[in-house]
Write a protein that binds this ligand. Sequence first.
Ligand code: ATP
Length: 474
Amino acid sequence: MEQNNKKVIVSLKDIFVKFDGEVILNNINLDIREKEFVTILGPSGCGKTTTLRIIGGFVEPDSGDIIFDGERINGLPPHKRNVNTVFQKYSLFPHLNVFDNVAFGLKLKKVPKAEIKRKVLKMLAIVDLKGYEKRSVAKLSGGQQQRVAIARALVCDPEIILLDEPLGALDLKLRKSMQLELKEIQQQTEKTFIYVTHDQEEALTMSDRVVVMNNGVIEQIGTPEDIYNEPVNAFVADFIGEANILNGVMIDDCRVRILGKELRCVDKGFGTNTPVDVVIRPEDMIITTPEDGQLIGKVENVTFKGVHYEMSVRVGKCEILVHSTDSAELGSTVGLKVIPFNIQIMNKLLPISSNTIETTVTYSNEAEQYFEFELEDETVNVPKKYFPEGSRVRIHLPFDALSITGEGDGDLKDVYIESVVYKGEHNEIILESDERKWLMLSDTDEQVATYVPLYFDFGKASFELMSDGEEETS
Ligand code: ATP
C-alpha cells in the first residue's frame, strides 16, 4: 500500500515502437513511482532495453507519451532528462583514475572543486570504494568497475537511474553480492532505479515491483510475491521460478479437472467446462501414500538440492516436479496432494480455436486431388483433398499438425517463436506469423525470439465447406 501513496515520477503512455517495420513495443503503459526499485524482466529480444532507452531519451517512440514529473518530455535529449544510465559495458574512461571517472559529470557541469571532492568521496563511500580514489580503473575487478560506474551515475544526483543488465558481465557469486549491494545503494540514496534483466532470480531479489515483458507487451506488473504466487498466465508462471503448468478444464467455480482427476480450487469466474492453464508450484505438491493421494504416480528421479529434494513423478504421461524436505524412494508409487489454495488457474495464452484457417480455394485439381489457397502472401498446397475453386473452406489444424521441421521452405517461411512453455508432457509453443498466432506442441526445446519455417500436416486436419454467406469467425 505504501508504494501506491508515492508520487508517480515517470509514466509511459500507449507507447508503440517499430524498427524496420516490425512492432517492437506494442502499447506499453507503465507508471513508476519515486524511490521505487522497478525491474523490467523478460526473455532476450522482448523489448526491455528499448523501453529503458525510451525513458533515457535514446529512442523516440512512434507514438505515445513519456511523462516525467507531470510533464511530457518526448523529444527532450538524454542530457536534459533528469536520468542517468549504467550500461552493462561500464564505459569507464580507462586513462582516468577512480576519482576522476566519478567526478567527470560534475566537472562538465562546472561544479566548484571542493563540492566535487565532497560529492565524489561521499558516493565512493556509498558504493564501498572508500580509499580507491587514486586507483586506475583498468586495474579494478569487474565488480569494482561496476561500482565506479554506479557512483558516476549517482553523483550528479539524477532522480532516476536506469540500469541495463549492469551485472551481466560478472560471475555468479559476485553477481549475487552485487545484487544485495545495489538494493542497499538504492535504499540509501532514495533514488528511483529502473533495472533491466532477463534473470528472474535477480528481479525477485531486488525489486519493489517487477514488470514482466514478452514480445513487446507487458504481461504482468506486480510485487515479486504477486508475480510468483499469482501469475496471470502460463508465460509468467513459467518465466518466474519453477512451476508445473498443466492443461486443465474448469468444470465450474472452484472445480478443476487435471490429469483426469477433479480437484477443488479457489478460483471462480472462468465459466463452465472452460479449457485453462493450471499452475502448481513444486513446493506445493505434497507426497502421500498412494491411497491418500489425489493423483498417483511413479517416482522417476530424486536429486538432493541441499535444502530440499527435487523429485520427478510420472502421472500418466505427465512429469510432475515436486520439492520436498522428505525424499521418496526412486521407482516407488506415491500419491500427490495439493491444497485448493495452491492451485492457480489461468486463462490460456491462446484460445483453443487458434489454429483454424478460413479461406477461399484459389486453385484445385480434381483428377490429382489437391487444392491451393493463399495464406499471408504464400501459396499453400493441400494434398489428397479436393474442393472446387472459389469454395470457402474452414480448415482446423490440431496442435500436432503444426511443425517447424520438414522439407522445403515451409508453408509459412518465417514465423516468430513467441513463447515456449513446458506442460509436463510437451512444450506448448506459441508462434506468430505476419497476421496471426499459432499454437503448436513439440517434444524438443525451441529457442524463443527466433524465426523458423512452419509446416502444416494437412493429413491431420479437418475440413469444413463453409456455406454461402457464412461469416468468417477468425
Ligand atoms: P536483450 O535481453 O537481448 O537485450 P531486450 O529485451 O532488451 O533483449 P531490445 O534490445 O529492446 O530487447 O530489442 C527488442 C527487439 O528490437 C529485438 O528484436 C532487437 O533486435 C530489435 N532492435 C533493437 N534495437 C534496434 C534498432 N536500433 N534497430 C532495429 N532493431 C532493433
